[in-house]
Design a protein around this ligand. Structure first.
Ligand SMILES: [Ca+2]
Length: 190
């Protein structure tokens, strides 16, 4: 039994009858609610920095109230030099099959954040001569109020034969921080 199946199995046992829908099993993002500090900081965390350069900023697990259970992820970008972003990523394993999906994330910035708005992106590539890559994303709107959690949602198609599918949480700039919670990618009806 691989680790993902073990996790689903454990969730099923703990959730028991309180699970009112099967959506949790359709979510391809692991630990997107950031409910467990150990999951984020341990070596087998689903999330990792896109660039392992500490000068780009910090990624921290934060305790406290959040839209989807206690705990959230905070990215504090400290450098606007190339690659011009600070991001964490998660390889989606198993990879989502072709189909229609909904990407969802709660995002919040603070007053000091002053750069391109944070975004959550799903990216993949389709093997072949062109090595075609595709992506879909949700972004906090430009008029979002600092200090306020905003739910960002988008629906899109993942094509046939997509592979190497990752979800990314991006921030930009050199000031302030952005918080993320409830990151999910769920398959919709055919
Ligand atoms: Ca949470």
């Amino acid at each position: 039994m691989n680790k993902n199946l073990q996790t689903l199995f454990a969730v099923g046992l703990i959730g028991g009858l309180s699970l009112t829908t099967s959506l949790a099993e359709d979510n391809f993002v692991r630990d997107g609610k950031f409910e467990n500090a150990g999951l984020f900081t341990s070596a087998d965390s689903a999330w990792e920095l896109s660039y392992r350069n500490p000068e780009l900023g910090t990624a921290t697990y934060e305790d406290g109230e959040a839209p989807e259970g206690a705990g959230f992820l905070r990215l504090a970008p400290l450098n606007s030099a190339p690659p011009q972003y600070l991001a964490v990523q998660q390889k989606l394993d198993p990879a989502p099959a072709a189909g229609h999906y909904k990407l969802k994330a709660w995002i919040r910035i603070n007053d000091e954040y002053a750069a391109k708005m944070p975004l959550v992106s799903v990216g993949w590539r389709v093997p072949g001569e062109s090595g075609e890559a595709g992506s879909a994303s949700v972004s906090l709107s430009q008029d979002a109020q600092p200090g306020q959690w905003t739910l960002c949602e988008s629906e899109f198609e993942i094509p046939e034969n997509a592979e190497g599918t990752y979800v990314f949480l991006f921030t930009y700039g050199s000031m302030g921080h952005a918080d993320f919670d409830g990151v999910s990618l769920e398959r919709k009806g055919e």
